[in-house]
Design a protein. Structure first.
Length: 396
């Protein structure tokens, strides 16, 4: 991966998933990330993907409610290019870490924040996360549900997508700073990202489409899932009528060629009839047999993989979409996903563990001029902790 952010320092106060994901992306592009944690550690430490979110970051514990802890944080910010946080805006102001506050400390700072619902409106101070702000309020669950049955919505899609979006904004702001010499404020919200990603259903409902839907009555019968003989599913994505006709020929139903005069006839009111026909034909084959049929027909469609199947997919390993690592907390082998883009090369990522709690506290405090005597005083008073021996970890 091209280390285009080498020399950039990020001071981050991030929790849970979205903020840490943003920081992880910046780190993989070469940034140095300093994770400022409360005394007992960030809640990210209890997540299954702790190493995924925090790989390669440096951990310092600072009780910023104490004047000396806040002062140490300010000294770190003076050395930073980016301040990254996903605490609520109200909380950051209370902590003395609003944009105006941080800009006084470092005038050219790129100040990047991530919230659930945005900085304005009736929900600006409400707690928001992947489930509530992205999936629920963002309309994603409403677009995905089958009738009145809601899908499982706790997968961290919203966290990761919003973290990626904020990372993109940060990189743009860093380039602008390089050109103009000025920092700026960058913000993204889980609900904001949900609206962007959910654009198709959002636009469709304004053009007469209705939700919720089911696979039996979809808007587009040729962009739909179909059950196979072995209980597995394939998912079709056909955009033109000739593709459907080639598929029908491979399925032995050439008699249906010409039944639909345009692709529009397979959508909306005409979609259910197409689904019934394809359901009857496709269930004669296993999912693997259907993949072969789709290949012969030169049609886009794939078997729906279960999560555990993706871990052994040769296509993923051939392209280094996955890499092997461990869970630093128990030493167990884990397969992790790589970044969603390659820049410069697609070499596989090497596993780097997340930091032990306060692992770099002493090192970082010394780097900003603190003496051993002062550091020991901060440790004794509970303003910081020393985890440099690698043994200290979260007490959750």
């Amino acid at each position: 991966m091209l280390q285009s952010l080498k020399g950039i320092r990020v001071v981050e106060m991030t929790i849970a998933g979205a903020g840490p994901a943003c920081g992880r992306i910046l780190h993989e592009f070469g940034a140095e990330n300093i994770l400022v944690e409360p005394y007992n550690g960030t809640v990210t430490r209890i997540l299954q993907g702790f190493d995924y979110y925090t790989a390669g970051k440096k951990s310092i514990v600072l009780n910023t409610k104490e004047p000396d802890g806040y002062a140490a944080l300010c000294e770190l910010i003076k050395t930073a290019d980016v301040f990254l946080a996903n605490y609520r805006t109200r909380g950051l102001k209370k902590m003395g870490l609003s944009y105006e506050d941080v800009k006084k400390i470092k005038p050219d700072i790129v100040y990047a924040t991530l919230t659930g619902f945005g900085d304005e409106g009736p929900l600006k101070d409400a707690p928001g996360n992947n489930v509530t702000a992205f999936f629920a309020r963002g309309g994603v669950l409403g677009a995905m549900c089958q009738g009145d049955v809601l899908p499982y919505g706790t997968i961290a899609f919203g966290d990761i997508a919003t973290g990626m979006s904020l990372a993109l904004g940060i990189m743009s702001a860093l380039y602008n700073r390089k050109v103009t010499g000025e920092g700026c404020e960058v913000h993204s919200a889980l609900m904001q990202c949900a609206y962007f990603l959910n654009h198709d259903p959002l636009i469709e409902c304004q053009r007469g489409g209705t939700f919720p839907k089911s696979r039996l009555y979809p808007s587009m019968s040729l962009v739909n899932s179909y059950p196979c003989k072995d209980g597995k599913y394939i998912f079709l994505c056909l955009a033109e009528l000739p593709q459907l006709e080639r598929l029908l020929k491979e399925l032995g139903r050439s008699d249906l060629i010409g039944k639909w005069k345009s692709i529009a006839d397979t959508k909306n009111e005409g979609a259910h009839e197409v689904v019934e026909i394809l359901d009857e034909e496709i269930k004669k084959y296993t999912a693997d047999e259907m993949v072969e049929i789709l290949e012969r027909a030169d049609c886009s469609g794939q078997k729906v993989y279960q999560v555990d199947e993706t871990l052994t997919d040769p296509q993923a390993w051939a392209n280094n979409f996955l890499y092997r690592g461990k869970d630093s907390r128990n030493g167990k082998d884990i397969i992790y996903p790589s970044l969603p883009c390659d820049v410069g090369d697609n070499a596989p990522l090497e596993f780097v563990p997340g930091p032990k709690l306060a692992e770099h506290s002493v090192e970082l405090l010394k780097s900003i001029g603190y003496s051993d005597e002062k550091i020991n005083s901060l440790i004794e008073r509970g303003v910081t902790r020393d985890g440099s021996n690698g043994k200290l970890d979260s007490v959750f």
